[in-house]
Ligand binder design. Sequence first.
Ligand SMILES: [Zn+2]
Length: 194
Amino acid sequence: MSDIHNKLYMWEGVFWSVDALTTRGPIVKARCPVDKCELNVDSKYKSHLSCPKCDFQIRLNKSFYEKKDDALKIMQSDYFKDAEIVNIDGEMIKINKEVIKDSDYWIETKVSKSIKGVKQLMVLVGSKKETDKTQLFLDIDNEKLSFDQKDKHPREILAKVVAEFKESKSEIELKEGKKSTKNMAKHGKNLGKL
Ligand SMILES: [Zn+2]
């Protein structure tokens, strides 16, 4: 959470800062929008703030103490705005990700691990010029190659797909200008989904 320390967040007419993290929680301060000076909280009207440095004054719609808790939540939401989403409700937990960039095509691979511990390699391939993409799944433990039926068939995007596992090999190939699948796996059912 270190990057919120150097930021001032303008919210409801004042700047908010996180000055330190203590065992009792973060220290949040309201600062003057003119000179960034820490604002004083009126001892009687807790929603009334004033700047000790200039004549800035503001009345918040809640007490400063309630407001600073809200401000902290808003500042922390900024910290998480680019956070990776991991769906632990579903089956797969992402454990690794790699993106390869090319002028015409993009490839993205992810290694996931299910709650049961089954490892899966996902390969996403797409054309930058068109919306075409294909999604391949390699079930590493069960040596199975499959693809997402919602996207293009791998044959429409790729000339050849070879998945080489420890004990078997699965292949998808475009042959003699004709779309066909070829299974070189030792276990014929490996390409069941293709
Ligand atoms: Zn001021």
